[in-house]
Design a protein around this ligand. Structure first.
Ligand SMILES: C[S@@+](CC[C@H](N)C(=O)[O-])C[C@H]1O[C@@H](n2cnc3c(N)ncnc32)[C@H](O)[C@@H]1O
Length: 335
């Protein structure tokens, strides 16, 4: 599906435009996750319109250092980044899981100021996010050629391998890699490598291991915005799959394991209960204090992340750091 709204193009690779297959896939994942032990729901479903709005509030929280830290990385190093990206002429700037591209916009501004020759290819599973970003960029940079792709990561990577012929610079910012389990993260970096060519670049945003208290506070704010974001997953199931979750009967719970370097978020059932979902016609039983795992955020050391890149077939070019050395945007090149 291709919608031409010059000068930006929206390419919708989500399975069907009426959303029916997406709803079926969502129902299947939820049913599988609530039927297994221990229970789990995928963090990929956080970002409906309400979830995206709540995530924007999270990014503005004093405790949520991640966005500000990466913003600062890019602000400090954008001139060097842009020189590295554009060293060999025209390139496609691909932004995996672009969201509102708040930080990427710093790079776009620098690229425009330096009159570099590139086009911009944001990709995201959220159609709403891609439409908003496309409209926004059309206003700010009417000359910029934008192809906004609505797709799950792997579908998007396949598309770019087939359709983008020039050199690519792939951004994977926002510590999104942290949402994968360590092995899955390694596999994902390998997948990215397999969809690129020698000379292509990959900029990976990594939240580095740091004081556990700082990390825990970022995912457990006292005002309850993170809790609302996590609970929105249940509201979304109610809205889209005809669920009857009682939101009062579940609580957000977050913990950080400093040995494994992983932040984990849960929704805990406050009592024994059953939840019905129209989409599957099934009931799901919860014991009192039974938890649903909803999100992982793995933290890495610079060395661990560099090793991951090397194993996947990349060479580390350089690591750009914020002033506290708490967040890194690591630039890799395909060898
Ligand atoms: C934490 S936001 C990061 C946004 C932006 N890159 C940044 O650094 O601020 C994560 C984004 O990834 C998207 N996303 C999550 N899982 C995805 C998946 N499996 N495929 C494609 N996009 C995904 C979400 O819709 C969301 O916009």
């Amino acid at each position: 599906m291709l919608f031409q709204t010059p000068p930006y193009t929206l390419i919708d690779l989500s399975r069907k435009n009426d959303g029916s297959q997406d709803r079926a896939a969502f129902a299947k994942d939820v049913a599988a996750g609530l039927s297994q032990s221990p229970k789990r729901l995928s963090s990929r479903y956080f970002y409906d319109a309400n979830g995206s709005r709540l995530f924007q509030q999270i990014m503005a929280l004093p405790e949520y250092y991640l966005t500000r830290a990466e913003f600062s990385v890019i602000q400090r190093h954008r001139s060097a980044m842009v020189s590295a990206f554009a060293a060999a002429g025209f390139f496609h700037l691909v932004d995996l899981g672009a969201g509102d591209a708040m930080k990427t916009k710093l790079l776009l501004e620098e690229l425009a100021n330096q009159k570099k020759n590139f086009d911009y290819v944001p990709m995201d599973i959220s159609g709403a996010a891609m439409r908003e970003l496309g409209d926004d960029l059309q206003q700010t940079y009417p000359e910029l050629h934008v192809q906004a792709v609505v797709a799950e990561y792997i579908t998007g990577l396949k598309w770019l391998k087939q359709h983008l012929t020039e050199r690519k610079v792939v951004l994977f910012l926002g510590s999104n890699l942290g949402n994968f389990e360590r092995e899955e993260g390694m596999d994902f970096v390998r997948q990215i490598r397999q969809h690129l060519q020698p000379g292509d670049l990959f900029l990976l945003g990594v939240d580095l291991a740091k004081d556990p208290e700082t990390i825990l506070a970022a995912y457990n704010d006292p005002g309850g915005v993170t809790a609302a974001f996590n609970l929105n997953l249940l509201s979304r199931i109610n809205r889209e799959l005809g669920g009857n979750f009682d939101l009062e009967a579940f609580s957000h719970f977050a913990l950080y394991d400093p040995q494994l370097g992983v932040m984990k978020s849960y929704l805990v059932s406050r009592r024994e209960q059953e939840v019905y979902m129209e989409a599957t016609g099934a009931r799901y039983a919860f014991a009192a204090w039974e938890a649903i795992h909803t999100e992982n955020s793995h933290k890495y050391t610079l060395q661990q992340a560099a090793e991951m890149g090397n194993k996947a077939g990349f060479k580390l070019v350089t690591s750009y750091l914020d002033e506290n050395s708490g967040f890194a945007d690591m630039l890799f090149e395909v060898v």
